[in-house]
Design a protein around this ligand. Sequence first.
Ligand code: AHR
Length: 502
Amino acid sequence: MHHASFTLDPAFTVAPVNRRTFGGFVEHLGRCVYTGIYEPDHPTADADGFRRDVLDLTRELGVTTVRYPGGNFVSGYRWEDGVGPRDRRPVRRDLAWHSTETNEVGLDEFMRWSAKAGVEPMMAVNLGTRGVAEALDLLEYANHPKGTLLSDRRAANGTAEPHGITMWCLGNEMDGPWQVGHTTAREYGRLAGQTARAMRMAQPGLELVACGSSGSAMATFGAWEAGVLAECYDAVDAISLHAYYEEHDGDLASFLASGADMDRSIDAVTATADAVGARLGDRKRIRLSFDEWNVWYQSRHRAAAPREDWPTAPRLLEDHYHLADAVVVGGLLIALLRHSDRVTAACQAQLVNVIAPIMTEPGGRAWRQTVFHPFAETARAAKGEVLRVEPVAPVHPTARHGDVPVIDAVATRDAASGAAAVFVLNRSVDTAVALDVDVRGLGAERLVRCATLADADVYAVNTADEPDRVAPAANRTAELADGRLRAVLPPVSWTVVELATA
Ligand code: AHR
């Protein structure tokens, strides 16, 4: 048994919990849209063709914002194809995923789905094959109240009120050689800056996100962000980060420490952005939008494998997540929350079927993957302010991320209600941890709940036939006495503890 401890104190506040930390992502990729959120022939379909079972799970997941429509897809997308009468919408090739796009679902349908799901949209514009003019057209169609060509077209298409979309991504992963329209940092930064300035002329107050690197392993990581921001620092509010993790060659210890890479990426991009700002004499602080993150096996293949055909809604990127994946996802959420002072938005990629917490069968059931649970629990319990945690714990070596403390943790506290939550990862592959937390500073008097995600088989998965094989269970070792919270955390586990003042 290892022993670990830390102290929670409201004096060590990081920042408020940003609700946008709990974002998701719907891309026209594989079965995310078609037979994912939308399947008009499904027994649960509503009048708009949306699967009610998926809407229910989306609400249960607690997703707050959803990025749309890509992803790589957006870099070749013409938004006009997806609006207006369905029988007149063109069928197109999607080069990113070598698929056929029917355009049955487009902007107006997605906005209807978002309203039903209770999520804020985060819209991406195409800066791969298109530019300033098309971004302005899309903005006019989406947000202008009425009386112009495109706002009147929206009304004629059935949506009189403007969609009111605030948050916009300026393209996607333009550093990636797989991207349609892939270019240099300076060229992309110039285009992003021009697009952002024009969009602001049309509508002040938008929140605009420039594309950072596709991942910290990119050879241009750092230089890309510096080059992009040198061109558009004044015009954007945030820069994006993307990161996908997987277990390599059975190295579970490194995999469980993936949050350490996320920490370093965030710190590196923050430092780069601040250095550019200082050089430009701009005192504004660029925010970070971690708008793609998850576990993804084979994430080094960022585009469709070569194929002859152009299938519609093929099964692509349908990872089946096991217990250890869910523990890693819990750890990545800890890393995101820890950086709430700079990371003000994040999107787990993606929402349904495609590397997703929710899986569906066409015509069949929808179920929660293992990674659903830490996301839903964190989104529900994290409230108020994020508190810094400095664990005193044994340090263990990992091949990919160096030495890491055996536990990782973060906490939140809502000053108004006194409710507090602690999220803890035991990243040891074989040893339980006896945890001892000094919570006197919180005034916590009652242990409301302690639930742990663990399993004797760290590779156990949930399936359509056994959808609840992996789920959090009450941790009966937890106790709160004399201002100390104590619990035993099994190896390879993620735990949430909720406390109250009375
Ligand atoms: O989320 C899957 C893909 O990963 C996205 O389309 C792209 O942005 C990233 O490479």
